[in-house]
Design a protein around this ligand. Structure first.
Ligand code: SF4
Length: 444
């Protein structure tokens, strides 16, 4: 059972030295109890207390790793119920199914399709994470499908079967890649847990009710396997949402260790649109793995975008490097646009300039990833700072003119900016979507 803040407090030095970043030892103890701080932040805690407190300072949801190498996936280590409380740590892994009822060529084509489900969004390449091979046929078909998936994809595998014999055959083929075994039930637990231990693979534990699931997790942990992912057995969106929420609350708020593992949810009803809506719900709350049947790019891209939104650290806006960017093939007479290094702002501006078919330079000032008006209001877009950036960027050596196009929202500083930089300031549109019209009128 988890320790309370007061129990933890009694084991701390109680000197209120503030070195952990908290005003008092009691405040630090409360943070530890809530799983929002690490014991390592207190340099004065005794070894004896450290050992006693170690489980209290562990994240309430265990870290689980699937796969090996470049595409390995980490899940868990979550500490909060709501992203704005701190941040979500590991984005939901998206697994796309392949049925072993397909013939060998169809499986190969399907796996290639899954391999291609990667997209560039705001400067980052994001994609699906797991190839989920599903046993719908006999053991030989399953083994053959796993072999093709293994040969054709560098992504980690998920092996969906509750037949311990079929899993044993599949693990002989793919066990060294640390696939996710899915999974153990009350009926097959002993044999499947033994396989997971033998190949050191993460394991989905499934039961149809939460009480039995807790018991099954307890037995599995006592059998020596702790790399677990929980499947509550729910398949309707209402029940999945209720179970996911309850499991996360019990793990984070009550420190109920038997539910302190990442979870999996399935959006595989056969209706692709409904499945994508369900999958979006599960990404929001709180599935660590979502399994979908669709390998259509049009279905997967919205999920990837949604996941990027949910799992972006709210305290660290995504930002591009502050330097000179080229759109097209700009020359000495090309326009120069100023903006901020908030990724969404930068990529909107870059995309809208691309749409004009005019080559140009873009200078995103380092505003710590904040948008134009936020940066201006916070004093991160002062004329002197912009002048310094223009000087350091070397843009003056790349263009013959001295004209700088600034976002319309910064019109108020155009005079001071002209003085600070010595460049003629052209006040651009407030919205980057109007850049085309602006260029036609002001840049020939
Ligand atoms: Fe207390 Fe340790 Fe924090 Fe100092 S660093 S205030 S001793 S918890």
């Amino acid at each position: 059972m988890a320790l309370t803040g007061l129990q933890i407090y009694k084991m701390l030095p109680r000197t209120n030295c503030k070195e952990c970043g908290q005003a008092t030892c009691l405040a630090f103890a409360m943070q530890l109890a809530a799983g929002k701080a690490s014991l390592d932040l207190c340099p004065h805690v005794s070894q004896e207390a450290r050992e006693a407190l170690s489980s209290a300072s562990e994240p309430p949801i265990a870290l689980v790793k699937i796969g090996a190498g470049e595409h390995a996936v980490e899940l868990g280590n979550e500490t909060v119920l709501f992203r704005h409380d701190k941040r979500f740590v590991h984005p939901t892994a998206i697994a796309v199914t392949v049925s072993d009822l397909l013939d060998k060529e169809q499986i190969a084509r399907r796996v290639e399709e899954i391999n291609g489900l990667f997209f560039e969004r705001v400067g980052q390449v994001e994609g699906v994470n797991l190839v989920a091979v599903k046993q719908d046929g006999d053991r030989d078909r399953f083994a053959a499908a796993v072999r093709v998936a293994r040969e054709k994809s560098a992504l980690p595998l998920m092996l969906i079967s509750e037949d311990a014999g079929a899993l044993a055959g599949a693990l002989e083929i793919a066990g060294d890649g640390r696939p996710l075994i899915c999974g153990a039930t009350r009926a097959n637990r002993e044999a499947v847990v033994e396989l997971a231990r033998k190949y050191d693979c993460p394991l989905v534990v499934r039961s149809d009710n939460l009480d039995d699931l807790a018991g099954l997790v307890d037995e599995t942990v006592k059998a020596g396997h702790k790399q677990l992912i929980l499947d509550t057995g729910a398949r309707s969106v209402e029940r999945v949402l209720a179970d996911q929420t309850l499991v996360r609350r019990l793990a984070v708020n009550k420190r109920f260790r038997l539910f302190g593992y990442p979870t999996v949810a399935f959006a595989c009803s056969g209706d692709a649109i409904q499945d994508m809506l369900d999958a979006a719900v599960y990404i929001g709350k709180y599935a660590a793995v979502v399994v979908v049947d669709s390998a259509e790019r049009a279905d997967i891209l919205p999920l990837i975008t949604w996941r990027l939104n949910i799992y972006t650290d709210p305290q660290k806006p995504i930002a591009v490097e502050a330097k000179v960017y080229e759109v097209g093939k700009p020359g000495p007479d090309s326009p120069v646009f100023l903006t901020t290094n908030f990724s969404l702002t930068y990529f909107c501006v870059a995309g809208d300039i691309e749409g004009t078919r005019t080559s140009a330079y873009i200078l995103p000032v380092d505003t710590e990833g904040t948008s134009v008006l936020t940066a201006w209001a916070a004093g991160k877009l002062a004329p002197e700072k912009i002048a310094e950036f223009i000087e350091e960027s070397g843009i003056a050596e790349r263009v013959r003119h001295r004209k700088l196009i600034i976002p319309g929202g910064l019109a108020v500083m155009s005079g001071k900016l002209q003085e600070a930089t010595g460049w003629e300031i052209l006040v651009g549109p407030r919205e980057s979507s109007s850049i085309n019209a602006f260029l036609k009128e002001h840049w020939s």
